[in-house]
Design a protein around this ligand. Structure first.
Ligand SMILES: NC(=O)c1ccc[n+]([C@@H]2O[C@H](COP(=O)([O-])OP(=O)(O)OC[C@H]3O[C@@H](n4cnc5c(N)ncnc54)[C@H](OP(=O)(O)O)[C@@H]3O)[C@@H](O)[C@H]2O)c1
Length: 329
């Protein structure tokens, strides 16, 4: 049985805990923590009762036990780090991840901050300690982009990648084109549907998509790119007229993240695409086209967010680690 410690019990953390409980995955949770409390049991925790506690009083465990205590003291093979993304400092997640790697524990995270800001350092630390650092869920939610790049396209040279990586922007653009809504009206609708945050700056200015592009570029080409290396334009200034003009040409507009190393392009910007272009997906969907030397173009489409959808990516990473490392030890 693979033992895991779960740090963060929000939408993603609860999705992961729920799927571990529901499915027979050979995984047991031996440590858990939210922002205020924690719990540990090397024999496996009673997750149902901890989640019920959290529902009742807002904390899952003992208020004397912190997330750091769980990471440093619990008995586990892999840490699941699913705390909020801080794109400026990456903390406290970077500290949590380092602390687990130093204990020679594998790490799986859905948190973009640490991977975008400290990838080289964390990867080197994982390698030094002989453990894995996996982050499938950081880019395009349920779409297995990292697995595809790492395994499915082995031997291929990745020449370029293009993606619709932000569901909120895609929803806004879809609704502006379909109903002739203004940007503000579509944003309000996205908020009402729960697709946009109260402060949508990260999404609509293209920052979220740019962070994901940095993660992809660094993973695929071993670069040390940063957010400031991305040439970025958001969707906040797009008018219904621009979408109407695109429609007159049989086209529409999507926020496209693109990385083309041979042309030194690392860019997020609204682009006019033919309506039947593979990257023209509707609503909150994400899509990614990979251009490779042997396989040529491959497009993956799927859900970019959601509790269970994101849990799918995390559980894929955990089972990969179990198969590759834990099971064989
Ligand atoms: N939601 C998605 O669909 C999705 C998809 C892909 C990636 N992600 C990423 O996955 C991560 C989690 O997302 P989410 O939607 O689950 O977030 P969330 O609902 O805001 O939950 C965050 C959880 O982290 C806990 N937390 C906050 N600060 C902490 C700290 N200092 N130490 C320990 N725990 C702390 C919170 O504790 P309390 O419960 O005590 O407040 C909460 O349980 C984020 O980095 C997000 O960007 C999310």
């Amino acid at each position: 049985m693979m033992k895991v410690a779960l740090i963060g019990l929000g939408s993603v953390g609860r999705g992961v805990a729920g799927m571990i409980q529901k499915k027979d995955l050979g995984i047991t949770i031996t440590g858990i923590a939210d922002s205020k409390s924690g719990a540990m049991d090397p024999a496996g925790l009673d997750i149902a009762s901890l989640l019920a506690n959290k529902g009742r009083n807002g904390s899952c465990g003992d208020r004397e036990i912190s997330a750091s205590d769980v990471i440093k003291k619990a008995d586990y093979d892999a840490l699941i780090e699913v705390t909020p993304t801080n794109a400026l400092s990456g903390e406290p997640a970077i500290g949590y991840i380092k602390s687990a790697l130093l204990r020679k524990k594998h790490v799986v995270t859905s948190n973009k901050g640490p991977v975008a800001l400290a990838y080289k350092e964390l990867r080197a630390l994982a390698e030094k300690n002989g453990v894995a650092l996996r982050y499938e869920a950081t880019v395009a939610g349920a779409i297995p982009i990292m697995h595809t790049l790492e395994h499915g396209l082995l031997g291929n040279e990745i020449l370029a990648l293009y993606g619709v990586l932000n569901g909120t922007c895609n929803y806004i653009l879809t609704r502006m084109a379909a109903e002739g809504l203004t940007y503000e009206q579509a944003l309000m609708e996205a908020r009402e549907m729960g697709y946009a945050e109260a402060d949508p700056t990260y999404d609509v200015m293209g920052i979220d998509a740019a962070i994901k592009l940095v993660i992809l570029a660094n993973s695929v080409w071993g670069d040390s790119k940063q957010l400031s290396d991305v040439d970025r334009t958001g969707i906040d200034l797009l008018t219904p007229d621009a979408l109407r003009l695109a429609a007159d040409l049989g086209c529409t507009i999507r926020l496209i993240a693109e990385a083309i190393p041979r042309k030194h392009i690392l860019r997020v910007s609204p682009r006019i695409l033919e309506k039947n272009h593979p990257l023209v997906v509707d609503g909150t969907l994400n899509a990614l086209t990979l251009e490779t030397d042997m396989a040529k173009e491959i497009t993956l489409i799927g859900r970019g967010a959601g509790s269970i959808e994101t849990a799918s990516a995390i559980i894929g990473d955990l089972l990969y680690i179990n198969d590759r490392y834990v099971h064989r030890a």
